[in-house]
Design a protein around this ligand. Structure first.
Ligand code: FAD
Length: 346
């Protein structure tokens, strides 16, 4: 992976990875289909449907009635209105979750992420075969980063912002410009834009309905990672239901589903907090971003970053190295601020 600073200083990170460690890149159109097929093979009934609303249970043990439009896959088909009775609902329906609305889960602040899938010439694709790029700078995003990620036979070029959403296309153009020489001759094959939650919703559980993934608001700051956390929260919530229902022999209650939330918050709260602080410190100005990229060259920073990223734990540090890191960080930030002051004078 390359981190590229506002002045285009590029730092290679990832040298501390062990042979079996890697940062996975996925194409959602492939991954999602794979997960659906796997669920089906494991016994789930997969329905192609659009959830529209649900009726709340009349008493503690009564079922929820969910309403949805069922599609048969034929193009242009408007779907058939269907209802189904269920014991519990896991809302995994993304940032614009209707399940969240139906339990008055409340809103969250969100970023807008924009991404273009670009088919680039084969010789250029060779460069990105095993490489992801992260660009930082006011030009590509005032509060996030721009990226070029490999997607097997093409690349995804994108960026995101919370604070300047109407300017997203301007930031996208700047990201493309920064990578210009490396994606020259590329053809845009798909454009994607979607909200990304900035923090969890005020309410993630009501009776026997729980939210997971983007519906709950589980994307990390700084890295914008949401796929792992969506999958993991879905699994944790399902495990809580299986356990609470004693493998389907007992009706679950809110307290059973709450165990998922408690476990989630206990496991991941430190990760979210640390990434929130990092974003606030390092994505706030170009000098701070230069300092961030400079710091990323440090082997200890890389090891800590990748250990935290791969194992989803705030990695316990080595006290002496932590002290050195603190001194280096302050040094980088002081240099960055000194640079900013000098720039202001000019
Ligand atoms: C441009 C962009 C780039 C990103 N890059 C990364 C990245 O590199 N790494 C990373 O980890 N994360 C990335 N993210 C974030 C990541 O995509 C999300 O955090 C993740 O997809 C959340 O998964 P989810 O299953 O909760 O929601 P989603 O992936 O949004 O899935 C929700 C599903 O529910 C379905 N649905 C919605 N409404 C209904 C309904 N009413 N009835 C039935 N089904 C419904 C949708 O069709 C969809 O299939 C990116 C996001 C964007 C927008």
């Amino acid at each position: 992976m390359k981190m590229i600073s506002p002045s285009n200083v590029a730092v290679d990170i990832g040298q501390t990875l062990k042979p079996h460690e890697y940062i996975g890149m996925v194409r959602r159109e492939v991954l999602d289909a794979h997960l659906r097929d796997r669920a089906s093979a494991a016994g789930a009934t997969v329905i192609n449907g659009l959830f529209t609303k649900m009726d709340k249970p009349l008493d503690k043990y009564a079922p929820y009635v969910i309403h949805y439009n069922e599609y048969d896959g034929r193009p242009g088909s408007s779907g058939k209105k269907v209802t189904m009775e269920v014991d519990a609902v896991i809302g995994a329906d993304g940032a614009n979750s209707r399940v969240a609305k139906s339990i008055d889960a409340g809103d969250y602040e969100y970023a807008i992420a924009f991404q273009e899938r670009i088919k680039i010439p084969d010789d250029k694709m060779k460069y990105y075969e095993n490489l992801a790029e992260m660009y930082v700078g006011d030009d590509v995003s005032p509060d996030f980063y721009g990226w070029v990620f490999p997607k097997c036979d093409h690349v995804a070029v994108g960026t995101g912002t919370v604070t300047h959403k109407p300017d997203i296309k301007k930031f996208q153009l700047a990201t493309r410009l920064r990578a210009r020489d490396k994606i020259l001759g590329g053809k845009i094959i798909r454009v994607e834009a979607h909200p990304i939650p900035e923090h969890p919703r005020p309410r993630r559980l009501a009776n026997r309905v729980a939210l997971v993934g983007d519906a709950a608001g589980y994307v990390t700051k700084c890295s914008g990672e949401g796929i792992y956390f969506a999958a993991k929260s879905g699994r944790m919530c399902a495990e809580a239901i299986v356990e609470g229902s004693e493998n389907g022999t007992r009706m679950v209650e809110e307290a059973d589903l709450r165990k998922y939330l408690e476990k989630w918050d206990k496991t991941y709260w430190p990760t979210y907090k640390v990434l929130d602080i990092l974003q606030k410190v390092f994505y706030r100005s170009n000098p701070a971003r230069e300092a961030f990229v400079e710091m990323c060259a440090d082997e200890y920073v890389q090891k800590m970053t990748f250990d935290s990223y791969l194992y989803k734990k705030v990695a316990p540090g080595n006290p002496l190295e932590d002290l050195k890191l603190a001194v280096n960080t302050i040094g980088s930030l002081v240099r960055a601020n000194a640079l900013r002051n000098e720039m202001a004078k000019i």
